[in-house]
Design a binder for this molecule. Structure first.
Ligand code: ADP
Ligand code: MG
Length: 705
C-alpha cells in the first residue's frame, strides 16, 4: 500500500533506449547507431567503443556492477554469464571500471554446456555471442545487485546458430525483403522495410508458495503428477474476467512496475478461464524485441511471485482436468512508415494488396501447416493441443464472416464485388451508446485466427519462447510473397495477373479455412477429409523440421541450414525424453516415499480402529470400515504394481541412447505407465483422510491463493 507512482516517470528508466542514446552519445555516434539499427549497417569498433563506454557509465549510475550477454540458447530459457566491470587493480590499489566496444559486441562463453544437437564437436567448445543492437540493453536490479544485460545472439565457431535469436533475426530480414518487393508492385516507393510486429499474450497460474513447496512434483517438473479434481472446478466460469483478488492485485502491480521500468509495455491483465489463472499482454513490438520482452515477462512473473509468498507456474498444464495455459502470438506486418499490411480497410474486397497478402498467408499456412504445428510443439503443450480446451492439433485459419464471404465470392465468380458491412450493436439502454460491431465475431477455438488487423497464432505453449513460431511464420510467408512477386513482376497486365493469382491461391488453399468450432469431433473428421494433418504429439511433430519442403524454404532464404535443422530435431527429441524421464523419476519418488507410506498409515489406523471397536463391542457392525479397508488395500496393491512397472520401464528408457526411438519409447511406454500409476493414486486421494495425505490438494492450490 501507499506505493503509488507515475507510470510515465518510471517507464523505461532502466533501458538504454533511443532517448538515452540520443542524450548521451556524441551526435555522430548516435546517427551511426540509428543507421545500424534501422538499416542494418555494420557496427565498427570505434563506434562500439564509444557506445560501450556510455552504456557502462549509464549502467553504473543505475548501480550496476556487472554486465552480461543475455542470450537464448536452445534450452528454452535465457542464459547469462556475469562479468564485473572492474579491471586489474592499479598501483594505488584502486580498481578501474571499464567496458570496451569489443566486450560489448562479442562475448565468448564456453558453449559446451549448451545443447547444440551435434553441431559442435565436444572438443570445439567455442561459442560466440554477438550484440543484437536492435533490442535495447537494460539494467536489471534484484537481490543479486544491478546488472547491465546486453541482448545477444549466440553462434558456434563456424557460424551456426545455437540459439533462438539468430534465426529470428535472419527471418525478419527475409520477410522484410519479400514484403517490400510486394508493396513496390502496388506503387509503394517509400517504405524501406517491413517489420513483423508481435504481441504475445502470456497466461500463467499463481499458487501459494508454501503449498507449492509441499509438492515435489511442482518443484521438479512444474506440473502436478498426481491430484484428484476438486468438487468445484471451472465449470462455473466465474473466474474468467472476475474481480482480481487483493493479494494477486498487489502482485500484479509489482510485476507491472518492474516491467515498466524495463521498458516492457505490460498493458492488460485479467483473470483467465481456470481458477488461479491469469493473463498478461504487452503492447506489440518488433518481433525480436517482443520475444526478448516475453522472456523478461516470464522471468519477472516468477521472480516477483517469490516476494509475495506466491509461486508462478508457467507450465502448459499444471493441473490435469483444469484449463491449461498458452501464449497467443499476435502477428502483423507493418512498414517502417507505419502501414499495417494486414489492415483490410472498410471494404476489403476493393483492397487488392490486402487480398494478395491474405491469400499468400493462407497458402503459406496450408503448405507448411505441419511445420507451424512443430514450431509450437513442446513437452507441456502435448497436454493441451488436441484436448478440447485449447486449439486443436489441426491447423486451420479463421477468417471471420466478412473475409470468408469475400474469399467465397472470389472462388465462385472470380470477382469480389462487395463486403458484408459492420452492423450496429444496439444495447437497448438509452444511456449506453450503440456502437458499430466488428465485422467479425471472435472464434476462440481457432489456432490461427484473423482478428481485425492481425493474425493470432494460438498454439504456442505458455512456457515456450515465441521465437520459433515467428521464425516459421516469417519465413513461410516470405516464401509465398516471393513466389507471388516472381509471377507478378513479369506480368504484362498487372491488374489481370494479380486478380488471377488471388483467385488461384484462394481456390487452391481454401481447405485451410475453417470458421466453425475447432473443439468439435466433427471438425476432426472434416479435417481428415480435407487432408489436413492432425499431429497429436510433439514426437510426431518434430520430423516436420527436416521435411523436404521445410528444408527447401529455410535454405532458400538462409534462415537455417539443413545441419542446423537436424541439430534442432535432435535437441527436441532429447528434450522430450529428458523431460518425461524427470517426470517419471519424480512420480516414482513421490509414490514410493510419500503416497504409499501415507496410505499404509491410513490403513493401519483404520484396521486398529476396527479392532478396538470389536474389542469394545463384539456385536458392533464394522462392515463399512472393513469395506473401506478392502477398497483402499485394493487400490494400494494397484499402486504398488503400477509403480513397479513404471520403475522397470524407466530403467529401460534411462539406458537408451538419445534420439527419436527413445522419445517414442517415452511417449508410448513411460507416459502410459505414468497414467497407470496416477489413476489409483487419485482414487486414493478421494478416500484417505486429508490430514494423512502427504501434499496439498488441487482445491488447496487453486482456490486458496
Ligand atoms: P485481443 O483482445 O483481440 O486478443 P488485444 O487488443 O488485447 O486483442 O491485443 C492482444 C495482443 O495483440 C496485444 O499484445 C496487442 O498489443 C497485440 N496487437 C494488437 N494489434 C496488433 C498488431 N497490429 N500486430 C501485432 N500485435 C498486435
Ligand atoms: Mg487474444
Amino acid at each position: 500500500m501507499g506505493d503509488y507512482f507515475n507510470v510515465a516517470d518510471i517507464f523505461g528508466e532502466n533501458v538504454f533506449n533511443d532517448s538515452v542514446m540520443q542524450a548521451r552519445l556524441p551526435k555522430k555516434v548516435y546517427k551511426k547507431m540509428r543507421e545500424i539499427i534501422e538499416n542494418g549497417a555494420e557496427l565498427d569498433l570505434a563506434t562500439a567503443d564509444v557506445v560501450a563506454h556510455e552504456m557502462k557509465e549509464w549502467a553504473i549510475e543505475k548501480g550496476a556492477t556487472h554486465y552480461t550477454h543475455w542470450f537464448q540458447p536452445l534450452t528454452g530459457v535465457t542464459a547469462e554469464k556475469h562479468d564485473s566491470f572492474i579491471t586489474a587493480p592499479m598501483s594505488n590499489g584502486k580498481v578501474l571500471m571499464s567496458f570496451s566496444g569489443k566486450e560489448l559486441i562479442k562475448g565468448e562463453p564456453d558453449a559446451s554446456s549448451f545443447p547444440s544437437g551435434g553441431l559442435r564437436a565436444t572438443f570445439e567448445a567455442r561459442g560466440y555471442t554477438a550484440w543484437d543492437c536492435t533490442s535495447p540493453a537494460f539494467v536489471r536490479q534484484d537481490a543479486a545487485g544491478a546488472t547491465l544485460c546486453i541482448p545477444t545472439a549466440f553462434c558456434s565457431y563456424t557460424g551456426e546458430a545455437l540459439d533462438q535469436k539468430t534465426p529470428l533475426l535472419r527471418s525478419m530480414e527475409v520477410i522484410s525483403d519479400q514484403a517490400v518487393r510486394l508493396i513496390r508492385l502496388f506503387g509503394n516507393t517509400t517504405a524501406k522495410k517491413v517489420i513483423p510486429s508481435v504481441g504475445p499474450e502470456q497466461e500463467y497460474f499463481i499458487v501459494d508458495r508454501k503449498k507449492y513447496l509441499q509438492r515435489k512434483d511442482l518443484i521438479f517438473t512444474g506440473r502436478t503428477l498426481f491430484g484428484a479434481m476438486p468438487p468445484k472446478g471451472q465449470e462455473m466460469d466465474d473466474h474468467y474476467f472476475g474481480a482480481i483478488r487483493e493479494r494477486i492485485a498487489a502482485y500484479m502491480k509489482d510485476v507491472n512496475k518492474e516491467l515498466w521500468r524495463l521498458g516492457v509495455s505490460a498493458k492488460t491483465q485479467h483473470n483467465e478461464v481456470a481458477p488461479a489463472q491469469h493473463e498478461l499482454a504487452p503492447i506489440y513490438a518488433e518481433c525480436n524485441v517482443a520475444v526478448d520482452d516475453n522472456h523478461l515477462i516470464m522471468e519477472t512473473l516468477k521472480k516477483v511471485a517469490g516476494r509475495h509468498g506466491l509461486q508462478c507456474l508457467l507450465h502448459e498444464k499444471p493441473f490435469a482436468g483444469v484449463n491449461g495455459s498458452g501464449k497467443h502470438n499476435n502477428w502483423s506486418l507493418v512498414t517502417n512508415d507505419g502501414v499495417n499490411l494486414l489492415e483490410p480497410g472498410v471494404t476489403p474486397h476493393e483492397n487488392i494488396q490486402f487480398l494478395l497478402v491474405l491469400v499468400c498467408i493462407l497458402k503459406a499456412v496450408d503448405k507448411h501447416s505441419a511445420l507451424l504445428r512443430a514450431s509450437a510443439a513442446d513437452v507441456g503443450n502435448d497436454h493441451r493441443l488436441g484436448a478440447n480446451e485449447a486449439p486443436p492439433a489441426i491447423l486451420s485459419v479463421f477468417l471471420g464472416e466478412q473475409l470468408e464471404d469475400v474469399i467465397a465470392q472470389l472462388i465462385s465468380t472470380g470477382m469480389a464485388t462487395h463486403s458484408i458491412k459492420r452492423q450496429m450493436l444496439e444495447t437497448g439502454v438509452k444511456t449506453l451508446p450503440d456502437f458499430r460491431k466488428d465485422a467479425t465475431d471472435r472464434n476462440r477455438t481457432s489456432p490461427f485466427a484473423f482478428t481485425g488487423n492481425k493474425f493470432e497464432f494460438r498454439m504456442v505453449g505458455s512456457q515456450d519462447s515465441v521465437a520459433q513460431s515467428n521464425v516459421v511464420l516469417n519465413t513461410i510467408v516470405a516464401e509465398a510473397f516471393s513466389e507471388a512477386c516472381d509471377v507478378l513482376e513479369k506480368a504484362d497486365d498487372f491488374n489481370q495477373a494479380v486478380h488471377d493469382l488471388i483467385k488461384e491461391y484462394a481456390v487452391e488453399h481454401q481447405r485451410i479455412i475453417f470458421n466453425g468450432n475447432g473443439y468439435s469431433d466433427e471438425w476432426v473428421e472434416e479435417a481428415a477429409r480435407r487432408g489436413l494433418p492432425n499431429i497429436k504429439s510433439m514426437v510426431d511433430a518434430i520430423p516436420a523440421y527436416t521435411a523436404e519442403a521445410s528444408v527447401a524454404v529455410f535454405e532458400k532464404f538462409n534462415v537455417f541450414t539443413k545441419a542446423e535443422l537436424e541439430s534442432r530435431v535432435e535437441i527436441e527429441y532429447e528434450t522430450y525424453a529428458k523431460t518425461l524421464n524427470i517426470e517419471a523419476k519424480a512420480m516414482i519418488d513421490i509414490a514410493g516415499k510419500q503416497i504409499i507410506p501415507s496410505v499404509i498409515k491410513y490403513t493401519t489406523a483404520l484396521a486398529a480402529s476396527v479392532n478396538s471397536i470389536k474389542t469394545a463391542c463384539d456385536a458392533a457392525d464394522v462392515s463399512v470400515q472393513i469395506e473401506l479397508l478392502q477398497e483402499v488395500s485394493g487400490l494400494l496393491a494397484k499402486t504398488k504394481a503400477a509403480l513397479k512397472k513404471l520403475m522397470e520401464a524407466d530403467c529401460v528408457g534411462s539406458s537408451m541412447e538419445d534420439g527419436r526411438e527413445r522419445a517414442v519409447y517415452y511417449r508410448d511406454v513411460i507416459k502410459t505407465s505414468m497414467e497407470a500409476l496416477r489413476a489409483p493414486v487419485d482414487q486414493l486421494e478421494m478416500i484417505v483422510d486429508k490430514d494423512i495425505w502427504p501434499m496439498p490438494s488441487y482445491g488447496d492450490l487453486i482456490f486458496e491463493v
